[in-house]
Design a protein around this ligand. Sequence first.
Ligand SMILES: C[S@@+](CC[C@H](N)C(=O)[O-])C[C@H]1O[C@@H](n2cnc3c(N)ncnc32)[C@H](O)[C@@H]1O
Length: 270
Amino acid sequence: MTSPVVAPEILRFYSETINEADRLSSTAEGRLEMVRTQELLRRRLPPAPARILDVGGGPGTHARWLVEDGYTVHLVDPVPRHIEQAEQTGATTELGDARHLTAEDGSYDVVLMLGPLYHLTERSDRDRALAEARRVLRPHGLLAAAGINRYASLFEHTAFAHLHKEPIRRSIGGILASQIHDGKKAFTAAYFHSGEQLREEVATAGFDDAEILGIEGPAWALLAAAERNTGMSFHESGLFDSVLTAARMAEPYPELLASSSHLLATGHRP
Ligand SMILES: C[S@@+](CC[C@H](N)C(=O)[O-])C[C@H]1O[C@@H](n2cnc3c(N)ncnc32)[C@H](O)[C@@H]1O
């Protein structure tokens, strides 16, 4: 099997265009993703100590608190800058690709894949990444994998009052229809899942109890709009608290999955 190659626009985006290390702390919207990802994972993780493989772990934003919680974390990411940043977190690190893991069969209690599935635009590549996650998990080990919601860019650009601009409208229409962003402008190459598609991909890859949760809930775009349109910080605000509460209240209602920005899939290796 040929070695996978990460698209150059993805490497460029994370090496030069944005600093992923402050994405989840510099805005209230990012903080919402962080708080919710943390609480959803903490509810499902086995008790520490356990071995976690953080695939596409970026600069180690999640690895840091997982290490502080007592887990042994090994982080894999294809971006050299992320690996350098992640070395400060207490996790061990490795430059690598979700489609070809060097870990041994059955060697981890948990695999996190919070990023790779939405940067792999071909189904065959996502299947390969999920097959690798399954291979390296021990029996009954936990997979937690993130997707970006098919409708997130529509909500985001509405909140930013961009839809009167024809090129943006065309680009969002293209994402809604094809579920793929080509990576030429704004964000990098990405695939946008519906909740049911993400559940199907995880179940087809051979995981039991595949379940999908909405990370940010139905009102994250309000927070993004307030912050972007006023230039004020909403990190500590009544609006932040309400949006967070709405995400928790929405959890039992699968119809509301379509409103979240990110989806979290969980499942267990049989
Ligand atoms: C938005 S960041 C998320 C980082 C972190 N997991 C988080 O949730 O905050 C997406 C990450 O996926 C990584 N990535 C992209 N393609 C990948 C691939 N084929 N294999 C592994 N990681 C990949 C990127 O380098 C980046 O670090």
